[in-house]
Design a protein around this ligand. Structure first.
Ligand code: ADP
Ligand code: ZN
Ligand code: ZN
Length: 821
């Protein structure tokens, strides 16, 4: 008799745990498992999880291992290379591959309610062939319909309920709950088309003649509609698009129309019929030169920076680059900052690449994301070749990736803050591309200091676009000294006469205005005139912000909110006043000054609901809004025809943010928001209000002097040991009690100093030292760029592990953030 082989699998679990876990493969699954498939395993005492197969082997472990319980996918859903990329992310960003898996897999593919089971839909109800315990389970489930495996165990008084559940699953008496079984059932709908005999002009003419003779006007109308919708091409038309009723039924009964079920994509469909051809885009000379450099591997450098001023046509160049890749049948990924993921860019791409474009977006539903996931991985019909998305799109299971474009590569939203992996998608893109031998294009009008430095050093290639497309000049930037303006009584509320005059002119010419204020809310805070206290959040170390719509004071960190107090909480004085100014206040003041203008506001509060953001942009695009007031949201990537004036209400809180990158960020934000003005015509104007008109950053913005800014910054970074010369690793410790936190942070800092000496800074309280009732302390390390730091990372993680094993410190959380900026 032939010997049956015994196989084992190492699986990855979507949990914050190091490494993989080994399970035994039941014999009946032999030959059915490969890397990247999902299986159900028991982990911990009573928990079931879906895990990803990382390795299949025959090496029996020394200890007894459990069997895998079920196979979820007949085919791999993740390629091996993708998992290798996850492992790299985990090691670089100091977390575990399981953390990456948890973030990478769309929710619809992770099994959140892992341990819930229900009766199998095909179970025949025949109890006689079941054991006593199995009958009990079936009875429980017919009462409760869905139950957690744990709860079944409790109800039956069974410690080891798993084997029972497993055999019942195998015998198809019960199934894991929908979430677990979710194999993504595609949505279908009914389509109608003309039956074969009528698909000729002659036949149609006869059909119409006959129906008209019989006075079947309803049927004629319906057929006319069908013809129109199908573009007279006999294409199927969705049934719901046509008038329902007896006319339709008769046409179906008489076999004039035929019905068919079609799988409907959850993502909007753009017909192939009127797609534009990217080869018809005529690039100007400068664009052509940039395109040539980026498209052909002129240099051996796989990564290139495209530095092009706002509205120079970077997107057009991207389209050309993507087209090359699509023609080769390969895949391109275009990463966009979260907020710029508007219909604007999506439509621009879809107009050229139609159904080949997949959009991956956190605002999409779970099933939409599962669909994009599958169509990215799939080959052939219906697969995506152009992927568009925010940073998480980098974690999609690509099939044949040839090009990654990172638009607005300097943007802070590429960096994930929470939870782990705290990765920078731009930097990770460069690594992912190296795995695929793909090319990377980093585009920006205001490159990050690190990328430009890499270009200067010859590590990246550099292509530049110095002119706006159409030869329009960059907007003229005026800085208004608010101190002077106040002195000369030229301020009206928060607006200087210079800014108001510019707004007047824009409105008179039916042009639009964007006003940028990086604080939301109505007014910053409520301040007591007597004791100068500002009401604080009880959970966080920050002041509460006034929100007029709800007449409340709110914490922007944790959402804590109280009604506006009538007296000072500290001294009970009733002399309270509002200080500072936010978007809500600006909007209201403007509406009073310009009663005839249509003023709208775009910030986190006004775009909480799903479509509000798109609606606002649409309204602005279609000139149903004259003045748009907003936070950072209005600064990024938008291309509007009729914006002639951009105003920055107060540049100082942008410039004075305490961080080594604050000047770089201020330059980027001010230049980006300025870039919204005058994109399609002459005479765009930007008015920046400030109390520090002499500030170097402002003169760099006025002169559009990126090179100047870069030189200043790079000198400082060198002197003060910051990136790109040093790598930073930030360690944040959190705990409920400040005494415990202090002791733990001091201990860790001492350990780190013993090994890393001068590279250790802190511990110190961050700017906001308490969030959601947890105290925070930070230790920052800097490492020479020339030294590899993989070993140092391992040492640091070990120390954190040691810390958690110390008496009383097991629940001090220690969070690593590599390249924390
Ligand atoms: P950027 O991405 O650099 O800000 P865009 O690609 O949005 O610039 O270009 C600005 C405007 O100019 C867009 O409306 C775009 O359609 C137009 N444009 C740029 N280059 C071309 C070109 N070669 N042919 C036609 N229109 C162009
Ligand atoms: Zn007071
Ligand atoms: Zn709070």
């Amino acid at each position: 008799m032939e010997e049956v082989k015994v196989y084992y699998v190492d699986v990855l679990l979507p949990l914050h745990l190091p490494g993989t876990y080994t399970y035994r493969v039941p014999r009946e699954y032999n030959g059915q498992l490969s890397v990247g498939q999902r299986v159900v395993v028991q982990f911990g005492r009573q928990r079931l999880y879906s895990a990803l197969v990382r390795r299949v082997h025959e090496e029996a472990p020394q200890w007894k291992v459990k069997y895998i319980m079920a196979i979820l996918d007949p085919q791999p859903i993740v390629a091996e290379r993708q998992m290798e990329f996850w492992e790299w992310l985990a090691s670089y960003y100091m977390c575990y591959p399981g953390d990456v898996m948890a973030v990478a897999l769309p929710a619809g593919m992770k099994l959140a309610s892992e341990s819930a089971v229900t009766i199998h839909p095909d179970f025949d109800g025949e109890l006689s062939r079941l054991s006593k315990q199995e009958v009990q389970v079936v009875q429980l489930l017919s009462e409760h319909s869905v139950m957690k495996v744990d709860d079944i165990g409790c109800a039956l008084g069974l410690k080891k309920v798993m084997p029972l559940i497993r055999t019942m699953i195998e015998r198809e008496i019960i199934v894991m709950d929908e979430e677990l079984k979710q194999r993504f059932v595609p949505r279908t709908s009914t389509y109608l088309r003309l039956a074969e005999p009528y698909r000729s002009e002659e036949a149609i003419r006869q059909l119409f003649d006959e129906l008209e003779r019989k006075k079947r006007t309803k049927q004629v109308e319906l057929l006319m509609q069908l013809m129109q919708l199908s573009g007279f091409g006999y294409e199927p038309v969705a049934k719901r698009m046509l008038p329902q009723g007896s006319a339709m039924n008769t046409l179906l009964k008489n076999n004039i129309l035929v019905a068919e079920e079609r799988i409907e994509s959850r993502i909007e469909h753009y017909g192939d019929g009127d797609l534009l051809d990217p080869r018809d885009i005529v690039l100007n000379e400068e664009q052509q030169a940039a395109f040539r450099q980026l498209s052909t591997p002129h240099s051996p450098l796989p990564t290139q920076l495209l530095y092009g001023v706002t509205s120079s046509g970077k997107t057009e160049v991207y389209i050309k680059l993507i087209d090359e890749v699509v023609r080769q049948g390969r895949q391109a990924l275009l990463l966009l900052p979260e907020i710029a993921l508007t219909t604007q860019v999506i439509n621009r791409l879809k107009r050229y690449f139609g159904d080949k474009v997949g959009v991956y977006h956190s605002r999409f539903s779970a099933s939409q994301r599962v669909e994009v996931w599958r169509r990215t991985h799939a080959d052939g019909e219906g697969s995506f070749q152009v992927l568009l998305g925010a940073r998480s799109a980098l974690l999609l299971p690509f099939r044949d990736l040839a090009l990654i474009i990172v638009d607005e590569e300097h943007d802070t939203s590429y960096k994930q803050q929470d939870p782990a992996p705290r990765y920078n998608a731009r930097d990770a893109a460069v690594y992912l591309a190296s795995m695929w031998k793909a090319r990377v294009v980093l585009g920006s009008a205001t490159p990050s200091v690190e990328s430009y430095y890499n270009a200067q050093k010859g590590k990246y290639g550099l292509a530049t676009l110095t002119q706006r497309y159409g030869g329009f000049s960059l907007p003229e930037v005026t800085v208004v000294d608010m101190r002077e303006a106040y002195k000369n009584h030229e301020m009206k509320g928060h607006f200087s006469s210079t800014l108001l005059k510019a707004i007047d002119e824009a409105l008179a010419h039916r042009q639009q205005v964007i006003l940028y204020q990086n604080r939301r809310g109505f007014s910053l805070h409520l301040e007591c005139d007597d004791c100068h206290q500002i009401p604080q959040c009880v959970h966080c170390d920050v002041s509460l912000v006034y929100h007029k719509a709800t007449h409340s004071l709110r914490c922007h960190y944790c959402g804590y909110s109280i009604p506006v107090p009538t007296e000072c909480p500290s001294c009970h004085s009733t002399h309270l006043r509002m200080v500072g100014v936010g978007t809500e206040r600006i909007e209201e003041d403007l509406q009073i000054m310009y009663p005839d203008a249509r003023v709208a506001r775009m910030d986190l509060d006004s775009t909480l609901q799903k479509n509000q953001y798109l609606e606002l942009l649409n309204d602005f695009q279609n000139r149903r809004i004259d003045i748009l007031v907003g936070t950072q949201m209005v600064t990024k990537g938008l291309d509007f025809q009729h914006v002639s004036v951009v105003g920055v209400v107060n540049a100082d809180n942008i410039i004075n943010y305490p961080n080594f990158r604050s000047f770089e960020r201020a330059f980027q934000q001010l230049t980006q928001v300025s870039g919204r003005a005058g994109r399609h015509g002459e005479g765009g104007r930007v008015i920046i209000q400030t109390f520090n008109p002499q500030h170097q950053v402002l003169s760099d913005v006025i002169n559009n002097d990126y090179a100047g800014l870069f030189e200043e910054q790079i000198q400082e970074r060198r002197v003060f040991r910051y990136p790109p010369f040093y790598r930073l690793v930030q360690i944040t410790l959190k705990h409920r009690e400040s005494m415990v936190l202090d002791a733990a942070a001091d201990w860790l800092a001492a350990q780190l100093r013993a090994t890393f000496a001068w590279r250790v800074m802190g511990p110190e309280y961050p700017l906001v030292s308490r969030i959601r009732a947890l105290y925070l302390k930070q230790i920052t390390l800097r490492f020479e760029k020339s030294e590899p730091i993989a070993d140092a990372k391992r040492v640091m993680m070990q120390m954190a592990d040691d810390l958690s094993k110390q008496e009383g410190w097991s629940n001090v959380s220690v969070i690593f953030d590599v390249d924390p900026y």
